[in-house]
Design a protein around this ligand. Structure first.
Ligand code: CTP
Ligand SMILES: C[C@](O)(CO)[C@H](O)COP(=O)(O)O
Length: 237
């Protein structure tokens, strides 16, 4: 990978982690005595091509100041927004596309991403001059369902899983294209849950770059132990 440029990573970290049912936002839960946010941000900054991280924080965030990241010279803080997409857009507003024509976006809740997968994403996107995302193919039979009463659900149909992928992060796009795509999608009140969906609405292409299924998003309580296992597995490599 003959890359002679450096990258900024935007880390949306302004969520409250409702599904985690914890006593603090999930990005501030600890694994091996460090916060998940600390693991994620230091992982990104350990990549030789990532030189700055822009972290979008909640307006009332009371944890960041003691996270071990507060005075890091390569971290820029911005205010997050009501939705993840708003937090990402806040980060994009402080990126100079002349200096950083490409930008990575990576969830604070994904500390298990590997440097090798980040290399693959950067390499494939820059070699093809096309934005893209890390993704992992679906392995199970997939069903579409309908909620019934009393918390029950029923199967409506089986969803074809050929070329069905889990969208992961980082997602890597040209700064100007991503900013335009997100602003356009928001102006049309379109539902944007990742950068790729805004790019799709803008009818721009995206690569699917095969990434490890160990790059989980810590979302529900049982994800924490799994993330700890994967992080510790990386330590012994
Ligand atoms: N308004 C928001 C909502 C989410 N995020 C971030 O986007 C990432 C992925 O979102 P998700 O896993 O949904 O996190 P939460 O929104 O915190 O989780 P929940 O939906 O369970 O509340 C997280 O790192 C989260 O902090 C953000 O920056 N701003
Ligand atoms: C961006 C993302 O990680 C792609 O899978 C995911 O959409 C973010 O989580 P959310 O629950 O959709 O906010």
């Amino acid at each position: 990978m003959d890359i002679n440029q450096h990258f900024i990573a935007i880390v949306p970290a302004a969520g409250v982690g409702k599904r985690m049912q914890a006593n603090c936002p999930k990005q501030y839960l600890h694994i091996n005595k460090q916060t998940i946010l600390y693991h994620t941000v230091t992982k990104l900054l350990s990549h030789p091509l990532i030189t700055k991280v822009i972290i979008a924080l909640g307006e009332n965030d009371q944890y960041f100041s003691t996270s071990g990241l507060a005075n890091h010279k390569d971290i820029i803080r911005v205010n997050g927004g009501a939705e993840r997409v708003d937090s990402v857009l806040s980060g994009l507003k402080v990126v100079d596309s002349h200096i950083n024509p490409w930008v990575l976006v990576h969830d604070a809740a994904r500390p298990c991403v590997s440097l090798e997968d980040i290399d693959k994403l950067i390499s494939q996107c820059l070699d093809t001059n096309c934005g893209g995302i890390l993704a992992s193919p679906v392995r199970d039979t997939m069903k579409r369902g309908t909620f019934l009463q009393d918390g029950l659900s029923r199967i409506d149909n089986t969803v074809e899983r050929e070329q069905l992928w889990h969208a992961l992060t980082p997602q890597l796009y040209k700064t100007d294209e991503l900013t335009f795509a997100i602003e356009q999608a928001l102006s049309k009140a379109l539902k944007i849950t990742d950068e790729a969906s805004a790019i799709e609405f803008a009818k721009l292409p995206s690569l699917l770059v095969l990434g490890s299924s160990e790059n989980i998003k810590i979302t529900n309580p049982d994800d924490l132990a799994l993330a700890e296992f994967y992080l510790n597995k990386q330590l012994v490599k």
